[in-house]
Design a protein around this ligand. Structure first.
Ligand SMILES: [Zn+2]
Length: 67
């Protein structure tokens, strides 16, 4: 279960998700379309990108810790 304090959207209270947008790590709410970059700057994504993200959620992606 996801219940980390401070990881919920302040507007809709939905759990924030972490995405990889063109190589940049963004954390935000797909419902409100508000995304925060690692530097703390907020931005919005195009609706096309949001649709793509929703598609990604259905696909099971394997997360590797190679680094
Ligand atoms: Zn929200």
């Amino acid at each position: 279960m996801l219940g980390m304090p401070g990881s919920s959207c302040k507007q809709c209270n939905q759990p924030l998700v972490e995405i990889d947008h063109r190589g940049e790590r963004l954390t935000g709410c797909p419902k409100c379309n508000r995304w925060q970059a690692a530097i703390g700057e907020w931005c919005r994504l195009a609706s096309d990108d949001i649709a793509a993200l929703r598609a990604l959620k259905a696909t099971k992606t394997e997360t590797g810790n190679a680094g």
